[in-house]
Design a protein around this ligand. Structure first.
Ligand code: SAM
Length: 225
């Protein structure tokens, strides 16, 4: 019988944010496929166990997928983790899952943290409809095009953003979507966790003198009706 591929969510900062089930599965599987072995070792050390690790990061994905499928076909269970949060959510995972399913293998999610959901639930913006947009394109023109296409979207928009891009991103938002309610969720679950809330123009003014650092999720409210 083939093994199971578990897609295991891990903390986005605070190492206490992991489920009992996730820890049990990580301890029970034969192998953990991870992005950066150094990151995953920190997690295993916190829970005091060792496990064989295979790195499965983006540039090596194509090469590593057959190897992982082979382990599964030999009847061994594999857990896929990323450096933080839920694998496949702006992280490697989707291709491995697709290939495993094509091969008729069993794929089981072990749910847990993801920055998008953590940011949204405490943002104060409507949560009944949201659109996860991932990382916006880095180039100016592509960014404007992407944002313009979301002009009439009625969902709360969620973006992952490198902190150094904040100003450029807010300017592009102002130009394409006009004034909106914005929430910047920074360093979630970590010591310096912070929510910065305001209209686009207010944030553009206030961040002028702040050097934003760390990991950031940006939420954009829909157009006032
Ligand atoms: N797989 C992860 C998840 O489930 O959220 C996302 C990985 S993606 C490579 C990393 C991006 O997620 C960061 O650049 C940031 O936009 C967002 N992110 C991750 N951790 C965060 C945190 N603690 N606080 C705010 N945003 C975070």
């Amino acid at each position: 019988m083939s093994g199971t591929l578990y897609i295991v969510a891990t903390p986005i900062g605070n190492l206490e944010d992991i489920t009992f089930r996730a820890v049990r599965i990580l301890k029970e599987v034969a192998v953990i496929a991870c992005e950066d072995t150094r990151q995953t070792v920190k997690l295993l050390n916190r829970f005091e166990f060792k496990k064989e690790l295979i790195s499965h990061f983006q540039p090596q994905e194509a090469r590593k997928i057959p190897l992982i499928l082979d382990i599964l076909k030999k009847g061994k269970d594999v857990a896929l983790v990323s450096d933080s949060g839920t694998p496949g959510i702006s992280d490697p995972g989707f291709r491995l899952v697709r290939e495993a399913l094509r091969e008729g293998l069993k794929v089981v999610p072990i749910p847990g943290p993801t920055a998008a959901a953590a940011a949204l639930c405490a943002s104060g913006l409507p949560t009944h409809r949201y659109l996860f947009a991932g990382f916006p394109p880095p180039k100016k023109e592509a960014l404007r095009k992407t944002l313009s296409a979301l002009k009439d979207e009625t969902a709360t928009l969620i973006f992952y953003l490198p902190a150094r891009k904040t100003r450029e991103f807010l300017s592009a938002l102002q130009e394409t979507l006009g004034e909106r309610d914005i929430v910047i969720a920074r360093e979630l679950t970590k010591i310096h966790e912070e929510f910065i809330r305001g209209k686009t123009s207010e944030l553009l003014n206030s961040i002028e003198n702040i050097n934003l650092k760390g990991e950031m999720t940006v939420l954009v409210g829909c157009k006032d009706k």
